[in-house]
Design a protein around this ligand. Structure first.
Ligand code: COA
Length: 190
């Protein structure tokens, strides 16, 4: 049985993961939603206007009313107003007590181990507090950095799903799938 508790704060060594606020819209737009490089392998195109981002952020904020909604703003611990990325549960498959996770980070923070740190703490939260049995993550096969984040968190490669997703330009792309089971996850503080 899943024990849904919604999105509560998580502290990692360098970061504070907290709920997104409507006031974060400018940062979210500037830091990653408007950056074509960040969204290159995602299912949507970069936002051209702040209004587009505001619409998405407002939807996320409404969804916090649902106890099964998990979406964190990634912020430096010493500056929680500086939103540098997000990590969320994309879908929940209640019958198999399984979910899948998505994430994005502002480009100037790439390759510092930040998403690896976030994913580790979010996996811990979802396994130990919510009680998921299995957690999956998917990426466009060309997006190797995303695959590394999964591997560094002990997730196992399950295979390629052929033309599983459309990218932001509308083209079908092959997607790699990784997963981890609750019994396989080993938490390490920092
Ligand atoms: C994917 C993403 C979240 C990674 O975040 P990050 O904080 O930079 O990740 P980390 O620093 O924890 O780890 C990145 C790893 O990928 C490796 N890497 C980076 N670019 C790579 C590339 N082009 N090919 C292979 N490996 C690459 C890094 O060397 C590092 O591995 P290492 O520690 O073994 O050296 C970030 O690049 C991002 O936001 N990309 C755009 C959005 C996105 O693609 N989201 C995922 C959708 S599935």
């Amino acid at each position: 049985m899943l024990n849904h508790i919604g999105t509560e704060e998580i502290k990692t060594k360098r970061l504070l993961l907290r709920r997104v606020k409507v006031e974060d819209t400018d940062k979210i737009f500037e830091n990653w939603c408007s950056d074509p490089e960040v969204v290159k392998y995602l299912t949507w195109k970069e936002h051209k206007t702040k209004e587009q981002t505001r619409g998405v952020v407002s939807r996320w904020c409404e969804l916090y009313q649902k106890p099964y909604y998990y979406c964190w703003a990634i912020t430096p611990k010493d500056d929680p107003e500086e939103v540098i990325g997000d990590i969320d549960v994309v879908r929940i498959f209640p019958n198999s007590e399984c979910c899948d996770i998505g994430y994005a980070l502002a480009k100037r923070y790439w390759n510092k181990g930040i998403m690896t740190e976030c994913l580790h703490e979010v996996l811990n939260y979802l396994f130990s507090k919510v009680g998921f049995h299995r957690i999956e993550a998917y990426f466009d096969v060309r997006n190797r950095a995303s695959g590394r984040v999964m591997e560094k968190n002990g997730m196992k490669y399950e295979g390629i799903l052929r033309e599983y997703s459309r990218n932001g330009d509308g083209y079908w792309v092959d997607v790699a799938m990784y997963s981890i089971l609750k019994r396989e996850f080993k938490y390490h503080k920092d």
